[in-house]
Design a protein around this ligand. Structure first.
Ligand SMILES: Nc1nc2c(ncn2[C@@H]2O[C@H](COP(=O)(O)OP(=O)(O)OP(=O)(O)O)[C@@H](O)[C@H]2O)c(=O)[nH]1
Length: 352
């Protein structure tokens, strides 16, 4: 029996994984793809957006969300049964795409393909690491040595380097292909410098391709034939000696509210909060009064983007939800209060 090729798409928060997958689906040329989508945080925005593309290429039943935690920590409980269900379908997919959360370590997921129930039926065709050229150029993954020294002084048991840098290096070290995305935001010289610096963390022979809005040809992304699960020793991870890896370094929370009248005040509040707090990512779907379509809000670092996607369904409550992700220590209460005020709601219980 031939094994179903599976592509693992990894990359830090907001690097453009969902955008790349959407492009891939729209250019699948009849190939039957299934998606497994995993996010950090309790609300699955990415799955919603992929389903919301209203495209024959991505029917809802082929988008499976894993929402109970980060995929690298829930491999046994969530990923394995989901994968088996896909493989057991009477008409199984020709290729499976897994979008990992931006905080996931790819290696534990690839290792799951060694499990007896999976290894005879699926193989990791390739691990693709997306890199946000804009974020790298702005130095957002570089270790802030002064901040690290302060953190170590406050907590001498701190045994690792900057969590952002470690994740970045882990995702690169596991990759079979690197996509340098958001090339529209960075000039050619900076791109060349970034490519030079990335090769220090990639394995020998791994290619870097440039992309604007994740537009990479399916022929480049799929069919890498890497068999990554048989090649794990060549993919070093900071957590090889720490199987109890968790995501204590990062926090996420959700603010839920009703319809807003106008986007401008919410955008101004988000810009202010991003400038004042160490927020890595905000994303969500917002209901705007008088508009039939959902407004998608995306913030990656200081950059805030918005667009309308599909129309609200008749039986769907017009609820606004924003997911906020940052490093641990974020002033959740202040941020949530400010966003709740914009969404015309009280602060939800459970926010510290
Ligand atoms: N300017 C620019 N924006 C991009 C590009 N690719 C993606 N984006 C934008 O970046 C934001 C995040 O993109 P996503 O595709 O949601 O990123 P992601 O990696 O799936 O995000 P997480 O799942 O939260 O980690 C969105 O607003 C995208 O429109 C690009 O090449 N150029």
């Amino acid at each position: 029996m031939s094994r179903i090729p599976t592509t693992v798409i990894t990359g830090f928060l907001g690097a453009g994984k969902t955008t790349l997958i959407r492009h891939l689906l729209q250019n699948a040329k009849g190939r039957r793809l299934a998606l497994i989508v995993n996010e950090f945080g309790d609300v699955g925005v990415d799955g919603e957006l992929l389903k919301g593309c209203n495209d024959a290429a991505c029917p809802d039943e082929d988008v499976v969300e894993l929402a109970n935690g980060c995929i690298c920590c829930t491999v046994a409980d969530d990923f394995l049964p989901t994968m088996l269900k896909l493989l057991d379908r009477p008409n199984p997919p020709e290729h499976i795409i897994i979008e990992t959360s931006g905080l996931a370590l790819p290696k534990p997921l690839v290792k799951a393909f060694q499990w007896p129930e999976i290894r005879t039926r699926a193989t990791v065709d390739g691990v693709v690491a997306l890199i946000d050229a804009d974020a790298v150029a702005a130095g957002r993954f570089a270790t802030d040595e002064a901040a690290l020294a302060l953190a170590r002084a406050a907590d001498p048991s701190l045994d690792h380097d900057s969590p952002l840098e470690e994740l970045f290096e882990d995702q690169l070290a596991c990759a079979d292909l690197v996509v340098l995305n958001k090339t529209d935001l960075v000039d050619g010289d900076a791109l060349a410098r970034i490519e030079g610096s990335l090769s220090a963390d990639t394995r020998a022979g791994v290619k870097i391709v440039r992309a604007d809005h994740g537009a990479v040809d399916a022929a480049v992304l799929l069919g890498l034939l890497a068999g990554a699960e048989d090649d794990l020793d060549a993919r070093p991870s900071h957590h090889d000696s720490d199987p109890d890896h968790d995501h204590d370094d990062f926090d996420s929370f959700v603010v839920t509210g009703g319809e807003i009248g106008d986007m401008a005040p919410l955008e101004a509040a988000m810009a202010r909060l991003i400038a004042e707090h160490d927020i890595l990512r905000i994303k969500g779907i917002v209901a705007v009064g008088g508009r039939s379509a959902r407004l998608v809000i995306q913030a990656v670092g200081p950059r805030i983007q918005q667009h309308f996607d599909r129309a609200w369904k008749a039986d769907e409550p017009r609820v606004s939800q924003l997911v906020v992700i940052g490093q641990t220590g974020l002033d959740q209460r202040a941020i949530a209060l400010a966003l709740a005020a914009e969404l015309g709601t009280e602060l939800a219980a459970g926010i510290a």
